[in-house]
Design a protein around this ligand. Sequence first.
Ligand SMILES: [Mn+2]
Length: 393
Amino acid sequence: MRIAFISDTHFGFGRGTEREQDCWETVEEAVRRIHEMECDLIVHAGDMFDIKLPRPEDWSRALQLFSKLKIPFVAIHGNHERRGRGLTNPVDGLSKSGIFDYVNASHKIYTIGDERVAVHGIGWVPEAYARDVLAQWNPKPVEGAFNVLVLHQSIAPFIYNPIDPPSLKLEDMPSGFDMYVDGHIHEHQTTSAHGKPFMIVGSTVTTQVNKAEAANEKSFVVVDVEDGQTKIRKVPLNSARRVFYTEIAIDNHRPAEIKKLVESYLDDVLNKHFDKKPLIRIRIVGRLPQGQSFSDTGLNELKDAYTGRCLLSIGSKLSEDTFEHGALQEVREQRLSVDELGFRLLREFLAQQKSKFRFEDIFEHLVDGDAEGALVAMLSEKAAEHGPAGVPI
Ligand SMILES: [Mn+2]
């Protein structure tokens, strides 16, 4: 039995930019190769879409692509798709077409030849609750089947976002499964949990340009299962745009020298042929000579000069941008979505107010501009105070 795993496809990412086809072309390649490799099943570990309310252009293209699949396909939702209680997330919604299956705190069994595989899945929940939610679901392996548990969370030591720390650790994985699979983290990695493989699938498209993205090619994963034993293969995607990241230290260099350093790095990288303009991020670190500012380096003009050959961004950590403190810097550095940032600010505010109010359910309504939904959620929250406490799934 051969299972393909794919994750973090972020359909819709880069819309309106030069990168808008990247998310599609990589998955089109993945689907073609999954068929060529004669896989029996595809599992998607979340963040199929880049936003929770995808445009019709994106969900229709996704349906068109997946409707060509000749094998079963099962997906969970990720943090980019999660919506509040009573609302339908796009992965769940599209699965109603019957083109693929959606699991959330549930499992689905597939029969492949004379073998059975049980895919147990749970979509993303805010990290603080993940441990409780998993304990409450309490999934149990299905007897006589190959059991895969699929999540989309930070699971220590695999942490996506340090400012939203995980409540789950590898040790918290429920025991008895043949394999543990996680989305969310965009770089493919493998380790073990309870003596069984634990695998981060990795994304198919570069959404943030950083050191880790430059070091890891975009891919999907093929797992061969024989007699309960697994062989994991990372399959790099040829259609993925190449990524380069470097830090250039400029201490005590004059602005003209800095420009030369950057130019020689760029010329070195661009010496090779690329089917797609590569993504290049250069980070200038250190201190400029006194009285000089970033604009004196001429690096902004350099961006224009290279625009036909690469997608270049030059960032700096210099004295001149020390004004970028706190939340704004975090948005830039961590690339938090505005939702995630808002979510966190609201949580911090309520913590300061010593409020015990569970804001997670109303947050989604507020983001959607649905004040009535927020009110209903608040009122039902009040009513629930008199009943047993639940955890949001
Ligand atoms: Mn993702």
